[in-house]
Design a protein around this ligand. Sequence first.
Ligand SMILES: O=c1ccn([C@@H]2O[C@H](COP(=O)(O)O)[C@@H](O)[C@H]2O)c(=O)[nH]1
Length: 583
Amino acid sequence: AQPSAPDPISAPLRSLDFGQLNFLHTTDTHGWLAGHLQEPSYSADWGDYISFATRMREKAEAQGQDLLVIDTGDRVEGNGLYDSSEPKGVYLSDILRHQHIDLLTSGNHELYKKNTSEAEFFTTVPNFRGNYLASNIDIIHPTTKELVPLAPRYKKFTTKKQGIRVVAFGFLFDFTGNWNNTVVQKVSSTIKEDWFQEAIRDKEVDLFLVIGHVPVHSPEYQAIFKEIRGIRWDTPIHFFGGHQHIRDYARYDSKAFGLASGRFMETVGFASIDGLNTPKSTHLSSAVASPVFKRRYIDQNLFSYYHHTGLDEKSFPTEKGQNVSRLIAKARTDLHLDQVHGCAPHELWMSRVKYPSPSSLYTWLETQVLADSLKDERRVNVPTLAVVNTGALRFDIFPGPFTQDSTFILSPFTSGFRYLKNVPFDKAQLIVEVLNKQPQVLQASQEGSSPTTLAPPEQLAYPEDVVVDKEPVAFDQTPLSDSRKLVPGYTTEDDAGKDGDDTVHEPISFYRVPNCLQVLLNNSTETPETVDLVYIDFIEKYVVQAAKIAGLDIDVAKESDVYMPQMSLTNLILDWVKKNWKC
Ligand SMILES: O=c1ccn([C@@H]2O[C@H](COP(=O)(O)O)[C@@H](O)[C@H]2O)c(=O)[nH]1
């Protein structure tokens, strides 16, 4: 772990059920390779994860079993370790590559910008040569300008110990926000292509593995499941997914399951399959008709890692893992990530408290940061309605030092502001109302595709608020090994029940937020007739649609202009923190 990481807190744990084939899975890590330095439950780092995977592989192989390590994308954007370097990601990719990852794929964040996808093409794909899959992503080759697959479409391999014959695919959900140097083909059309049809007709396959940056409960994964099942009625399929930042497990049928392993290096997903028919096992009388699938969501800390490997402080770390922890510490020093810009007086939560409220991160952004600091000197005293999508903020703020790292953890994106002059106030309000009308924003959600949102992605999995009664929870799974108070954390309920989390936690509330927050900046007490409608540039394409619906007959892209040139939301927040949160 990193030198400043808090020690994990002991907690009652559920164990892992190993099988013939075992998996470790990360997704949506968003640069958090140093782990969580303010949260004991998630305080291990990528070096510890390397040691964990090594020890787990040793354990599996000693039992004659196999272990595969999987990552399903969105490795970038969301933490100082990625976002604060110039160019972004140079430290991150060098740290990431030390983990032996058997299969990986791209997320949407690898494709928002041209230089990010080109870095995947030139660095991450070669770093994991042969293991990076891109079933539905093409990129314009930066030199030849030809459209080429970002990485191989699929792969067939045989596992080391059990000789399990696997055909693996690597998908991205039907993402449309990519830069125009990449092409994301819809999943529904990709699975009709000849190469996919041939791959699923291969009879020498014991398991189909579908990894992807795709929610496990999604139209895209349903379509892939149906297509494979239509041809191979009996072959086991394991899906690994992500994108919604949640722990989730889907049962498609008795031989097909899918695991999603959370976000931000909070979770390492574990899955296993036992009873697969393989060329070896079919000769043995022990071959079973129906395989058994298991899953567990591991809290990413050393207490869990020691427990699951049966090792301790001395026997657990590997030399490579320790070297990588040192590499991360050095990168953090080089990037000045511990530099303190101010001190937060109390917690500000994204979803643990109601919005609006004094502890809501969004209320703070509206009533303090934007109200104090959003001003273009060319537009002084002009009434302004400011709109920012809630998904632009990515993490809670804890009391204490607000560092260079906290800045990017809170607001990693480079978006600045644009504005439309003299918008009738009622139309401006209507535009915000339209933006907030639906959980999935305007952009007619393509049929058969996952919905998109301007709100934090977790929210897609919560149709309603979850309000937790603060009474301690009864625990009816394994006996408590420790009767102390439970630590608040994940209490996942999925298609296999309520016993998925390795750590038994006290539940946490989840309150929904609107797609966009808004603040009226007006020096007068009178309602303005017109306002400057200021919006974060990431939402411009949605503002275009909302303006049409609101009956504002203008060409938004043409008539809008940059507001506070050179100022990003991130820097606006940082300047406010420096001025207002003295330590
Ligand atoms: O520049 C950006 C990029 C993204 N967002 C917000 O993030 C979610 C997508 O996040 P995932 O991690 O891919 O789930 C998107 O819906 C926006 O809400 C942003 O605000 N600015």
